[in-house]
Design a protein around this ligand. Structure first.
Ligand code: NDP
Ligand code: 8X3
Length: 251
C-alpha cells in the first residue's frame, strides 16, 4: 500500500536527502521548509517517481503549521510517517556572551516547531490507528559541549520529547523513535556561523564527516522495519568521531 511521509526541513541537508531516498523507494512525500523555490525544484525532480506535495511555512508560526496540515489535499491527508527534522544551531558562544535572538531561534524552531507540527499530525495518526514519528535529535542531545549550551539544551529537549511521545502514543500503536547524528556535512554550520562559509568548512576539515545521505539511509531503514520493530533511539557518528569534542583528524 502507498505510504506518505511528511518531512520537515526538506529544502537542504538531511531532510532533502531523505526526500530523494523516500521517492526512490516509492514513498509519497510532503516536503516542508521556508524556501519555496527549493521545494519546487525538489518537487520537479521527484514527481515522476512519487506524489509530491509542498508546504512552505515557518515552523515557528503555530497558526501557519496548523493551517498547512489541516488543509492538505485529500491525496495527502493520511500521513503515515512524520520526520521531525527541521532545525539548526544559531551561534556558538559561551553562555555569558550568547545572543538572545539565537537562543529564541533554537528553542522556537528545534523544540516548539517540532511540537507544533507533531500536535497537528498526531490526531490524524490516532484517527488512522497507525503512524511512525522519527525525531531527528543529535549527539548534542546526549552530551553537552563547550559553547553548545542552548543548542545542546534544545536537542536534549528533543531527546525528552522523543521519550515522552513514545510513552504517550504507545497506547495508540504509534511508533516513535529518534535518530541522533554526530557531525554531518550540510548547511548546518553555515547557518550556525551566519553564512560564514569558510568558518563552516573548518568544522568538517581533516576527517570524513557523515553525508546527509548516510542519515537518510538510516531513517529509511528505521521506517521500513516490520511493524513489531521500533528503532527507539539511535546514535550515529562518523568513524572519526568519538564524542562531540573528540574527532580523529587522521581518519
Ligand atoms: P540544514 O541547515 O542543511 O537543513 C535545515 C533544514 O531545516 C532546512 O531545510 C531548513 O529549511 C529547515 N528549517 C530551519 N529553520 C526553519 C524554520 N524556521 N521553519 C521551517 N523550516 C526550517 O541542516 P541539517 O540537514 O544538518 O539539519 C537537519 C536536522 O539535523 C536539524 O534538526 C539538526 O539539528 C540535525 N542535526 C544536524 C547535524 C549536523 O551535523 N548537520 C548533526 C545532528 C543533528 P528552510 O531554511 O528552507 O526553512
Ligand atoms: C549537530 C552536531 O556536534 O555540531 O547536532 O552539535 S554538533
Amino acid at each position: 500500500m502507498d505510504k506518505t511521509a511528511l518531512i520537515t526541513g526538506a529544502t537542504s541537508g538531511i531532510g532533502k536527502a531523505t526526500a530523494f531516498l523516500f521517492a526512490e523507494h516509492g514513498i509519497n512525500i510532503i516536503i516542508c521548509g521556508r524556501r519555496k523555490e527549493r521545494l519546487k525544484e525538489i518537487q520537479k525532480a521527484l514527481n515522476e517517481k512519487v506524489k509530491v506535495h509542498i508546504l512552505s511555512f515557518d515552523i515557528r508560526d503555530k497558526h501557519a503549521v496548523h493551517n498547512a496540515i489541516n488543509t492538505l489535499p485529500e491525496d495527502f491527508s493520511k500521513i503515515d510517517i512524520l520526520i521531525n527534522n527541521a532545525g539548526n544551531a544559531h551561534g556558538l558562544d559561551s553562555v555569558e556572551q550568547g545572543n538572545i535572538e539565537d537562543w529564541d531561534a533554537m528553542l522556537d524552531i528545534n523544540v516548539k516547531g517540532l511540537l507544533y507540527i507533531s500536535k497537528a499530525i498526531i490526531p490524524k495518526m490516532i484517527a488512522n490507528k497507525s503512524g511512525h514519528i522519527i525525531n531527528i535529535g543529535s549527539t548534542a542531545g546526549k552530551e553537552v559541549y563547550p559553547n553548545g549550551n542552548v543548542y545542546c539544551a534544545s536537542k536534549h529537549a528533543v531527546d525528552a520529547l522523543n521519550q515522552g511521545m513514545r510513552i504517550d502514543l504507545n497506547k495508540y500503536g504509534i511508533k516513535v523513535g529518534a535518530i541522533n547524528p554526530g557531525l554531518v556535512e550540510t548547511e548546518f554550520s553555515e547557518v550556525r556561523f551566519k553564512g560564514d562559509k569558510e568558518k563552516a568548512n573548518t568544522v568538517y576539515k581533516g576527517f570524513t564527516p557523515l553525508k546527509p545521505e548516510d542519515i537518510a539511509d538510516i531513517i529509511h531503514f528505521a521506517v521500513t522495519r516490520p511493524y513489531h520493530v521500533n528503532i527507539a533511539d539511535l546514535v550515529v557518528m562518523p568513524t572519526a568521531q568519538a564524542s562531540s569534542t573528540i574527532v580523529n583528524k587522521e581518519l
